[in-house]
Design a protein around this ligand. Structure first.
Ligand SMILES: *[C@@H]1O[C@H](CO)[C@@H](O)[C@H](O)[C@H]1NC(C)=O
Ligand SMILES: *[C@@H]1O[C@H](CO)[C@@H](O)[C@H](O)[C@H]1NC(C)=O
Ligand SMILES: *[C@@H]1O[C@H](CO)[C@@H](O)[C@H](O)[C@H]1NC(C)=O
Length: 348
């Protein structure tokens, strides 16, 4: 029955197309031709990829006039330092803009530059000179990349309504605790990954969206974690806190015992003990801390007596363990190997 309907659908479609006497191929061809004719002289518009415009690596200081059918726009590795408010006014179909490695500052970015981009899904602005997250941002964004700018400010409400955003990359900026306040991340109802590594945070960022599964905070100055912190992050699976100042006692020892956790990285901190880990954890990085010894039965998330019963479904899942750069003396405790039967590698 549904097959029959499908045929009907296609024959109807064919009739409709005949009525306007343009086949899909011809329509695509017309678009392609218009696109090629409008291709800026500074850029390449390959006929085999008619919705892409390549203007990267040209020492451009300004964005050329972008043809209206452009979906993918490559402008990385130029010297662009200013974007006029109307620069994308004809390119309303843009889905993807790469502006990595330019010289764009907030002063050079006229307000409303991104407003017309109602189809924009990915915006790349890594390695520029931004000091604040630009505002307003287009509403359908799924990925925002602002690595290695000089961002110290996040305007209030700038992420409001971005409920398709899954990835927010703000690593390598100058964010301090007061910039990363509660209101700033409100509205990001589908955020999966947030990267705040290499900023100047002394505390864990408060009130992140409950959908967050990947939280990257490497290279900050975080010493402690509030006891209830992960209560608001029930899906957290990948947590990176390498190169901070975490001390044993700066958080409850069982704070990482969260059933969704898969990958926990706490390298280059000041821990003296191994924290409690959940049974489902697959990767654990504890290298370069001040841990003196590892008690194989203490670290095991399942009591030794129950290991055999548990093994099939709920046995410890750890596959990769790093303990090097501590004060632990080999050999690896036997209990550790008995507990973590799936271990592929231990670095000690
Ligand atoms: C937009 O299109 C109009 C009409 O073709 C043209 O005059 C104008 O220069 C274009 N603007 C930009 C920024 O591309
Ligand atoms: C870790 O979490 C599991 C599952 O929630 C729980 O059964 C176990 O007692 C916890 N371990 C510690 C030491 O808190
Ligand atoms: C490990 O800890 C348990 C108690 O949690 C203790 O009974 C055992 O002796 C310890 N093992 C070593 C080698 O210190």
């Amino acid at each position: 029955m549904s097959f029959f309907n499908m045929e009907l659908f296609f024959s109807t479609l064919a009739v409709l197309l005949l009525a306007v006497s343009v086949s899909p191929q011809e329509m695509a061809y017309e678009h392609m031709l218009a696109q090629l004719q409008a291709c800026p002289k500074e850029c390449r518009c390959p006929p085999s990829f008619p919705n892409a415009v390549y203007c990267d690596n040209r020492a451009l200081k300004r964005i050329p006039k972008i043809p209206p059918f452009t979906w993918y726009l490559y402008l990385q590795n130029n010297l662009i330092d200013a974007l006029a408010a109307d620069i994308f006014s004809n390119a309303t179909q843009l889905k993807w803009i790469n502006l990595n490695r330019n010289k764009i500052s907030n002063e050079g970015l006229e307000e409303g530059t991104f407003r017309a981009l109602s189809s924009l899904v990915h915006l790349y602005m890594d390695d520029n000179l931004l000091t604040a997250v630009p505002s307003p941002l287009p509403p359908k964004l799924e990925q925002l990349h602002f690595s290695r700018n000089k961002i110290s400010k996040i305007p209030p409400g700038v992420f409001m309504g971005l409920d398709r955003l899954t990835l927010l990359d703000l690593q390598g900026n100058k964010l301090q605790d007061d910039a990363v306040t509660e209101v700033n991340f409100k509205g990001l109802n589908n955020l999966v990954q947030i990267n705040l590594a290499k900023n100047q945070l002394n505390n864990m960022p408060p009130a992140l969206p409950a959908t967050t599964t990947q939280l990257y905070l490497d290279g900050n100055n975080i010493e402690k974690i509030p006891a209830e912190y992960f209560k608001g992050l029930p899906k957290i699976s990948f947590l990176r806190l390498n190169r901070n100042k975490l001390v044993t006692g700066g958080f409850p020892n069982n704070i990482f015992n969260i059933s969704s956790m898969l990958d926990l990285q706490l390298s280059y901190n000041k821990l003296t003990e191994v924290p409690v880990i959940p049974s489902g954890l697959e990767h654990l990085h504890l290298d370069h801390n001040n841990i003196k010894n590892v008690n194989g039965s203490d670290i095991c998330p399942v009591p030794a007596a129950m290991l055999d019963d548990y093994f099939e479904e709920r046995g410890p899942k750890l596959r990769y363990l790093r303990l090097d750069g501590n004060e632990i003396k080999p050999p690896i405790p036997r209990e550790l190997m008995v507990c973590f039967r799936l271990l592929r590698a231990v670095v000690i």
